[in-house]
Design a protein around this ligand. Structure first.
Ligand SMILES: *Cc1c(COP(=O)(O)O)cnc(C)c1O
Length: 415
């Protein structure tokens, strides 16, 4: 027997270890489309519960927007369901190139190449453009997909302390002798909702002749006055050499990603990036949906403006109620609880109140930094936020943490 009991035991033991550590992940089945109001089956087998979704990356509320759905239907009818090919064999339609051009226009870059996902974009880009004569210097909190991409690349890897520009400068000096240098960061960091200091990073990169890479997955579509991303917010549009982003969050939420930036870099990806060369093309139905999303965003800034107002309202409400938040101004609003069990219990009580928001704790965030991460969407209305706020306050009272400082919460619950 090939799959022996010994093999089975090996895995069962590891899975038990994950369970004992209290980090066993369980899916919750949503029986509706993605929106502010969803119907959830949790735990599995229980009856459906209507809850307000406070944890989707559906920042612009476009995941189920009727115009996007309609455009996707039209794409399905005119270009078919699948391409059964990678891009360079027979998987490129006119609409794939149209989307690349539209993303280029939207981000204010020179050219764009689509990937099946942003994870794939990050997995492919470094190996395609760097060799062992080069160095990658990354922020210590970059997304897991960037870490995987760097692992696949033969260039030297070094890090700088999160958003610490002095430390970054030291590392740029340390690696001055390398052929090519790339500074690597997320635009908005997904766990804390803080924004990279791209203006200062651009200055440092100019001073030390380095390229700048930004993963704007949690920014594209809504950060900056016209939603172009972190580079717009920081006043450095046109100065980012490599932007990667996803279509799986604000930009319709289906799937797909891209590398956008200097045209030589995009061309290098077309020649060499392995997920581009060896993984199937983005489905025409998705391409058609994303094209519509970008048309909506290029027409006006209504949705990101609404998101900004709702975010202010939500942050203000939580602050006035006496919660400890992470500072910031993005729609990622972490409510700090510090203790892992408290975060889990809090999330469960919120769910009972009809609010769906997930607790995050080690190893997703550092030990002692457990939290409920809330994410605001332009699909929310004020009444959603009022209901969510009332639930947060009710549960906050239950655990007696309202108006309490970080030290007081830690004193009561431990780390
Ligand atoms: C979500 C995310 C990704 C992955 O995007 P996919 O298109 O879903 O693969 C990559 N980078 C960052 C920073 C993300 O937040």
């Amino acid at each position: 027997m090939a799959y022996s009991n010994k093999i089975r035991e090996t895995y069962l033991e590891q899975l038990k270890g994950i369970q004992d550590a209290g980090i066993f992940k369980q899916e919750r089945f949503i029986h509706s489309s993605q929106a502010a109001d969803i119907e959830v089956e949790f735990p599995t087998g229980s009856s459906l519960k209507k809850v307000i979704n406070m944890c989707a990356n559906n920042y612009l509320g476009l995941s189920s927007h009727p115009d996007v759905v309609k455009a996707a239907h039209e794409g399905l009818d005119s270009r078919g369901y699948g391409m059964s090919s990678v891009r360079f064999i027979c998987g490129t339609q006119d609409i794939h190139r149209e989307l690349e051009n539209k993303v280029t226009e939207f981000l204010g870059t020179e050219d764009t190449i689509l990937f099946p996902s942003c994870m794939d974009a990050n997995a492919g880009v470094f190996e395609a453009i760097l060799t062992d004569e080069d160095v990658m210097i990354s922020d210590r909190l970059v997304h897991a997909s960037i870490i995987d991409g760097m692992r696949l690349c033969g260039a030297l890897h070094d890090t700088f302390k999160h958003s610490n520009m002095d430390h970054l400068e030291k590392k740029l000096q340390l690696h001055a002798d390398k052929r090519l240098k790339v500074v690597i960061t997320d635009g908005v960091f997904s766990m804390d909702g803080d924004t990279a200091k791209l203006d200062e990073m651009v200055d440092l990169c100019e001073k030390y002749d380095a390229m700048l890479f930004v993963d704007d997955s949690h920014s594209s579509g809504f950060i900056g006055t016209t939603g172009r991303g972190t580079h717009e917010k920081c006043g450095v549009m046109g100065k980012i050499d490599i932007i990667t982003t996803t279509f799986g969050k604000a930009l319709g939420g289906a799937s797909g990603g891209c590398v956008s930036g200097r045209k030589e870099i995009v061309e290098m990806c077309r020649q060499k990036a392995r997920p581009y060369l060896f993984s199937n093309t983005i489905a025409p139905v998705v391409v058609s949906g994303v094209l519509k999303v970008l048309d909506i965003l290029l027409a006006n800034t209504e949705r990101r403006d609404k998101l900004e107002k709702l975010t202010e309202y939500w942050r203000k409400g939580l602050t006035e109620a006496g919660f400890v938040l992470k500072d910031g101004d993005t729609p990622i609003v972490p409510v700090m609880l510090f203790n892992a069990k408290l975060a889990q219990d809090f999330s469960k009580d919120l769910y009972d109140e009809g609010i769906y928001a997930i607790g995050f704790f080690f190893p997703v965030v550092p030990n002692g930094a457990a939290r409920i991460r809330t994410q605001i969407s332009a699909g929310h209305e004020i009444h959603h936020l009022d209901k969510a706020l009332a639930a947060f306050i009710k549960v906050g009272k239950k655990y007696d943490i309202l108006g309490k400082s970080k030290q007081e919460i830690i004193a009561a619950y431990g780390l």
